[in-house]
Write a protein that binds this ligand. Sequence first.
Ligand code: P6P
Length: 340
Amino acid sequence: MEDYEPAEGEASRIGLTLETYILEGMLGRREARGYFTSLLNQIALAAKMVTSRVRRAGLVNVLGTTGDTNATGDTVQKLDQEANETLLRVLGRRNHCAAAASEEEEDIRILSTADTANYLVVFDPLDGSSNIDVNISIGTIFGVYRKEHDGPATKADFLKPGRELQAAGYIIYGSSTQFVITTGGAVHGFTYDPSVGEFLLSHENIRVPDHHPTYSINEGNAGRWTDGVKHWNDWVKGEDNAEKRPYSLRYVGTLVADAHRTLLRGGIFAYPGDTKSPEGKLRLLYEANPIAFIFEAAGGVATTGEERILDIEPTELHQRVPLILGSTRNVDEFLSFGKK
Ligand code: P6P
């Protein structure tokens, strides 16, 4: 899948709208101008709708919880539910998305049985939703697979390794709203300009630096970590000027926010398995896989500590997985302390 190369002398594309980028195949999928393009634009539309609600969360009666719990036992915040319904409704139009798997849905949701419904979408509609009520960054994570057969989609269609993703991205509702996307080639970031209602290219061809003295982990779990993780954690906090240690600790508690910072600046994010949760906390299909796909496309790495995230053969829609991701040299440091 070749990257789009600007023509000789072509002006910088900074400021181009996401829609133009997608429609003109600049995401590196020149051959797919129709259904795939339409699907990505639908996701961008959903992102605009969700961001308009998130930005007013404090004003409109969407704060708080519904009292329900979702498929994975998390308390459902009202905004989770609204974001979930928005994505399902928008993806259900135009008959390009056959089905969706959402963190908020126990099973897959069939969205179309039309012959044109060639794609499957996995998403976490509102990652980090426990941070909504305290105005800390939250996000939406999505991944797009191709449906490889005729007829209605089934749950088995979603149990594919992340390396088969056709596109992956996230929207971070932070100090600004940014849309980060890749189709496997370059990774690009678009910043939402509410005055024009468009996502404009702001970060072209994002590359993860190969190292940065920052680490991101919930130290509250330290008592449950394996010895290897404990030794790594002691090492990053040790004194060594030449190696710029101690590293700085940055932890938001929203995967999209911690991953976005790590993508742009470098460093490492780790949510490893521990004695209480050997498989960790994060979900494979709609959290770890799309983020891992983005990091690898940007020159980073994403592993469970034992295997490449994108090679895992899923067995369940909501299965959890340990996730260590970031700069190649930072992740190598982590792995060097092993599982011991
Ligand atoms: P902890 C948010 O609830 C989430 O699923 C991810 O966005 C985030 O990385 C993680 O959980 C934070 O978990 O246990 O540190 O609060």
